[in-house]
Design a protein around this ligand. Structure first.
Ligand code: UGA
Length: 450
C-alpha cells in the first residue's frame, strides 16, 4: 500500500521504517531541514536498537523516502499517519495545534488533486478522549477531500520499538468507518498472527485504552515500589514477592520490578494526563494521584536511605551515580529518576560524579559543571563514599567490583534497580543496599579489616 507518515520523530520514524519493511511504499514528511537532511543522507537521527539497519535497508531499496513536500508525499497515499507532537499545555490539557495543523495541511494537499478516493488519516499520538472525533469534525469542515480519521495508539517501548511494532500484542484501531477499519486491517496484515489481535472500537475507547495501559503499568510499578517499604521493614524480599504474585496467571510477571521509580517521556506524562482527564470528567482520581505520589516518594526515599546508611555527613560526601538514562538501551533522560536523585544529592551538599554509556551528554545539558562527568563507572567510583546505581545497564553486573571497592573511600552501593548480585557484592567486599531486598551490611572486606 501507499503510506505517508507526517513527522519523523521517534514514533513516526519507527512506524515509517517498519511499514516499509512489511512491503509498503512509505514517504516520511519532515519539516525540520537538519533532520530531513540526515534522513535523506540515509542516516538514522535517533538511537534505537535495530532501527538504523532497517531504515538504511529500506531507504536503499526505495521503499522508504523522505521529503518536506506534503503535496508530493500524499499524492498517491491511501493511508496518512500523523505522528506529530501533542505536548501538554501549562494547564495540563493537550496542545492540539500540531495535530490540527498537520491534518489541515494533509487535507489541503489532498483537496488540490484528489477528492474521490478515500484517504485514512491515522492519529498515532496519545490524545485525550474526544480528540479524534473533534479532529474529524474539524477536518471535514475544512476540506473537500474524502477523509476518514482513525485513532491507532502506539504501544512501543524505547529500546525494543522495532520488535514491539513488528510483533505486537495487539493493534488497536478506533473510529467509526468500516471502510477505514478495512484499510487498516490490510495495512497491518503481515503482522497479524491471530485475528483477535486486531481490535476495532470507537475513537474514545481507543484513546482511553492508551492512557489506561500506561496508567495500569505505572500503577503496578508504584505498587511494587510501595511494597519495598514493607519489605525493608519486615525483612522480606521484593523479588520473592514479585515471583510469588507474578506466577499467578491473573496477575502476570511483567512490569513488577521495583526500583527508584519510573521515568521516560510516557508514563509520567500519561499518568498526569489521566489525572487531568478524570478531573475534566468531574472525578478527582485518588488512585491515579497516588501512583504519582508514590513514584515521587520513591526517589526521595532512595536518597534518604543513602544518607542514613552512609556513615558520614552527606555534606562532605562524594557520591558516584551510575546510570542517567530513564532505563537501559536508550540515551533518553526525560523524567529520568537520575535527575531528581542528583538534584537532591546536590541540594544536600554532596559532590556528585556521574556516568552513563549513552545519556551523559543529555544530562550535561541539565547539570553542567555542578557534576563531575566520567566516561565509565570504574573511574566515576574512585574516591567516592558510595555508588548510587540508577539505570539497569546490563554491563553493570559484570564490573570488576573488587578493584572498584579498593579505589573507593568506603565500598557501599545503593542499587536503585536491584540489578546486582548480592553474593557478588558480599564476596567483593561491598556493603550493599538494594530496594526492598535484604542488604549486605557487614561485608567480608570490612570484617577482614577489623
Ligand atoms: C512505555 C510503555 O511500556 C509502552 O508500551 C508505551 O508505548 C510507551 O510507554 C509510550 O507510551 O510511548 P517506555 O516509556 O519506552 O514505554 O518504557 P518502559 O519500558 O515502559 O519503562 C518506563 C519506566 O518504567 C522506566 O523508567 C523503567 O525503568 C520503569 N520500569 C519498568 C520499572 O521501574 N519497573 C518495571 O517492572 C518496568
Amino acid at each position: 500500500m501507499d503510506v505517508t507518515v507526517v513527522g519523523c520523530g521517534y514514533v513516526g520514524l519507527v512506524t515509517a521504517t517498519c511499514l516499509a519493511s512489511l512491503g509498503h511504499t512509505v514517504r516520511g514528511v519532515e519539516k525540520d531541514p537538519r533532520k530531513l537532511k540526515t534522513l535523506q543522507d540515509g542516516h538514522c537521527p535517533i538511537f534505537e536498537p535495530g532501527l538504523a539497519e532497517l531504515m538504511q535497508e529500506n531507504f536503499a531499496s526505495g521503499a522508504l523516502q523522505f521529503t518536506d513536500n506534503m503535496k508530493e508525499a500524499v499524492h498517491e497515499a491511501e493511508v496518512v499517519f500523523l505522528a506529530v507532537g501533542t505536548p501538554p499545555k501549562p494547564d495540563g490539557t493537550v496542545d492540539m495545534s500540531y495535530l490540527e495543523g498537520a491534518g489541515k495541511e494533509v487535507c489541503d494537499a489532498l483537496a488540490e488533486d484528489r477528492q474521490q478516493c478515500m484517504v485514512t488519516i491515522v492519529v498515532k499520538s496519545t490524545v485525550p478522549a474526544g480528540t479524534n472525533r473533534k479532529l474529524y469534525g474539524f477536518l471535514r469542515s475544512q476540506t473537500r477531500a474524502y477523509v476518514q480519521v482513525v485513532s491507532n495508539p502506539e504501544f512501543l517501548r524505547e529500546g525494543s520499538a522495532v520488535k514491539d511494532f513488528l510483533e505486537p500484542d495487539r493493534i488497536v484501531v478506533g473510529g467509526e468507518s468500516p471502510e477505514a477499519f478495512r484499510m487498516m486491517r490490510r495495512l497491518y496484515d503481515p503482522i497479524i498472527k491471530r485475528e483477535e489481535t486486531f481490535m476495532t472500537m470507537g475513537w474514545e475507547s481507543a484513546e482511553l485504552t492508551k492512557y489506561a495501559a500506561n496508567t495500569m503499568l505505572a500503577a503496578r510499578i508504584s505498587f511494587m515500589n510501595e511494597m519495598t517499604i514493607l519489605c525493608e521493614h519486615y525483612g522480606a524480599d521484593i523479588e520473592d514477592i514479585r515471583k510469588g504474585i507474578g506466577s499467578d496467571a491473573r496477575i502476570g510477571p511483567a512490569f513488577l520490578r521495583a526500583g527508584c521509580g519510573y521515568g521516560g517521556s510516557c508514563f509520567p506524562k500519561d499518568v498526569a494526563a489521566m489525572e487531568h482527564i478524570s478531573r475534566a470528567a468531574g472525578h478527582e482520581s485518588l488512585f491515579v494521584h497516588a501512583i504519582q505520589t508514590t513514584n515521587a516518594n520513591q526517589k526521595k526515599r532512595f536518597v534518604d536511605r543513602l544518607i542514613s546508611k552512609l556513615g558520614r555527613p552527606i555534606e562532605r560526601a562524594s557520591i558516584a551515580v551510575w546510570g542517567l538514562a530513564f532505563k537501559a538501551d536508550t540515551d533518553d533522560i526525560r523524567e529520568s529518576p537520575a535527575i531528581d536523585v542528583i538534584r537532591y544529592l546536590l541540594e544536600r551538599g554532596a559532590q556528585v560524579k556521574a556516568t552513563d554509556p549513552r545519556a551523559m551528554n543529555n544530562m550535561k545539558a541539565i547539570f553542567g559543571d555542578q557534576v563531575e562527568w566520567h566516561g565509565d563507572p570504574v573511574s566515576a567510583a574512585v574516591e567516592t563514599d558510595a555508588v548510587a546505581l540508577l539505570t539497569d545497564w546490563p554491563f553493570y553486573s559484570t564490573l570488576p567490583f573488587r578493584k572498584i571497592a579498593a579505589t573507593m573511600n568506603q565500598p557501599i552501593i545503593f542499587d536503585g534497580r536491584n540489578c546486582l548480585h548480592r553474593d557478588v557484592m558480599r564476596e567483593t567486599g561491598f556493603q550493599y543496599y538494594p530496594m526492598g531486598r535484604p542488604a549486605v551490611e557487614a561485608s567480608l572486606r570490612l570484617k577482614a579489616r577489623s
